[in-house]
Design a protein around this ligand. Structure first.
Ligand SMILES: [Zn+2]
Length: 106
């Protein structure tokens, strides 16, 4: 049974999927023939393939460089300040210590 497309072009989703799959992807003969005949779809597929190649070749550390040491020090200082603020003696509690009057005597 042959299915007919309402739009003769391949959708951007189909072309992106083809670019992701690369040459190992499964191709339908109808799509291959359309890509050979349609300059618009062929160019869009080429753009997606270029984007995929650029993404694969990108060095993630260049996109998200490590913050400078002063940022880490500021984070540590904030954590220390929060811990100090929550310390029992700073919120009105005394640290628990064994009471000698209730300790068991041997
Ligand atoms: Zn087309």
């Amino acid at each position: 049974m042959t299915t007919y497309r309402r739009n003769p072009h391949l959708s951007p989703e189909e072309l992106a999927a083809r670019a992701l799959d690369g040459p190992d992807g499964t191709w339908v003969l109808e799509e291959v023939l359309h890509l050979f005949a349609c300059r618009q779809c062929h160019e869009q597929l080429t753009e997606f393939e270029r984007a995929m190649t650029a993404g694969r070749d990108a060095d993630i550390s260049e996109l998200f460089p490590s913050p400078p040491p002063r940022v880490w020090e500021a984070i540590r200082a904030e954590i220390r300040a929060e811990r100090a603020a929550r310390a029992p003696e700073n919120i009105g509690l005394r640290r628990w210590r064994p009471d000698s009057s209730t300790a068991h005597r041997a």
